[in-house]
Design a protein around this ligand. Structure first.
Ligand code: APR
Ligand code: PHB
Length: 393
């Protein structure tokens, strides 16, 4: 079997790339190790930058996002018992963020892919890549107990942080890594959101975040040790901790409801350089991880594949490889900006186990400075909504 682009992984990166290529008349095969249900039901983050929302709309896969996504023109920073509104749109010339679950994005993209009739194979096993330094790299995998081989012009490694593509280029790459001494305990609750905007809270007991998924579902997180066992947290204890950290002096607090889903996620910053080797191109979490505090993961994946899709299309239309050659540098520039911002949000809003009372006061002062300086607020806002990007397809 032959395809122009072999795409490994059907997360947001792989599915968006497949659709971008489809729109340019380029064929691809998407191989995913999990089942369709698993990929759709997996609870992940849910903030789209303006650029990502616009991209989905331009690609013709934004109809449900337009209907059900929740546009937010600002967020709250909360500390010392008070919430402070950050007017994102006002500070950035009208840019907003959209709250729309990543699993909804994936669901829409799978439907769009299926409608194109182009191949998307779930539950494939033993995926491996070969001959990436040649002009016809290959992917081997097993499907329904049968060995298959796919020859490609290019391979896109969109297989997430635990995939097989990054290890394939390990020898030629350099890795930058930072782990944090905490994770997030996250829940989905059957409760109407009590605030229209997200609330990022710095509390003496640690970070917490108020978010949402729909007018009926609230999404909440708080900082815990990185290896925290979720089974140590009965629902009542989770609510006690959420309310302790989030309730402000004016009485604002999240609405309480049945917990529909709970889990703990570790936090990490990670970058692979370069993001390509031969004809294998990494995109999304396969190449980089950010801590979720800046809400950048999905948006970086979208930026990567927009550029990768353009570069591949330019190759087929002109025979030139210059955009492909520049892909890694172009993507990494934005990746490092997002890394810096995500690290900064993380270290500003969390309590670290080795900090002392000086650090606590310094962080509070940092936050107090941000909300009282238009310059500092603007810097936060322009990073949070996403730095400018030439987003034309
Ligand atoms: N073969 C095929 N598919 C694989 C393999 C493999 N060996 N290993 C992993 N996969 C699949 C995973 O099951 C997953 O569906 O690759 C997909 C990768 O998807 P994501 O992890 O969602 O990564 P990505 O598409 O880069 O999206 C980035 O995901 O983790 C979040 O916050 C992050 O929002 C960001 C987004
Ligand atoms: C979420 O809604 O899941 C969410 C929102 C903002 C973040 C991270 C996660 O920074």
């Amino acid at each position: 079997m032959h395809t122009q682009v072999g795409i490994i992984g059907a997360g947001p990166a792989g599915l968006l790339l497949g659709h971008l290529l489809h729109l340019k008349g380029i064929d691809s095969v998407i191989l995913e190790s999990r089942s369709r249900e698993y990929v759709i039901d997996r609870v992940r983050a849910g903030v789209l930058e303006q650029f990502t929302a616009d991209l989905m709309t331009e690609m013709g896969v934004g109809a449900r996002l337009q209907r059900e996504g929740m546009r937010h023109d600002g967020v709250f920073l909360s500390f010392a018992g008070r919430r402070h509104y950050v007017p994102l749109a006002e500070l950035t010339g009208g840019k907003a963020i959209y709250v729309y679950g990543q699993n909804e994005v994936v669901k829409d993209l799978i439907e769009a892919r299926v409608a194109t009739g182009r191949p998307l194979h779930f539950e494939v096993e033993d995926v491996s890549v070969y001959d990436i330094d040649s002009t016809s790299p290959r992917v081997r995998y097993a499907a329904n107990g049968k060995q298959e081989e796919l020859t490609c012009d290019f391979i896109a490694g969109c297989d997430g942080f635990h995939g097989i593509c990054r290890p394939t280029i390990e020898k030629a790459a350099r890795f930058y890594d930072k782990t944090y001494p905490f994770g997030w305990l996250g829940i989905l609750a059957e409760a109407a959101p009590s605030s229209e905007a997200l609330v990022y809270t710095y509390h003496e007991c640690g970070f917490s975040l108020f978010s949402m998924r729909s007018p009926k579902i609230t999404r909440l997180y708080f900082q815990v040790p990185p290896d925290e066992d979720i089974n140590q947290w009965p629902d009542e204890a989770i609510w006690d901790e959420m309310l302790k950290r989030m309730t402000t002096h004016d009485g604002w607090k999240p609405n309480v409801g049945a917990i529909l889903n709970k889990g703990v996620t570790a936090m990490r910053s990670f970058v692979t350089e370069p993001m390509s080797a031969g004809r294998l191109y990494l995109a999304g979490d396969a190449a980089h991880i950010v801590p979720p505090t800046g809400a950048k993961g999905l948006n970086l994946a979208a930026f990567d594949v927009l550029h990768l899709g353009r570069a591949i299309a330019a190759f087929y239309s002109s025979g030139k490889t210059d955009l492909l050659d520049q892909y890694s540098d172009t993507a990494l520039k934005r990746v490092w900006r997002a890394q810096r911002f995500s690290w900064w949000m993380t270290q500003t809003l969390h309590r670290f186990p080795d900090e002392n009372p000086f650090d606590y006061k310094r962080q509070l002062t940092d936050l107090d400075y941000i909300v009282s300086s238009r310059a500092a607020l603007t810097s936060l806002a322009e990073n949070y909504v996403g730095l400018p990007v030439d987003a034309a397809l």
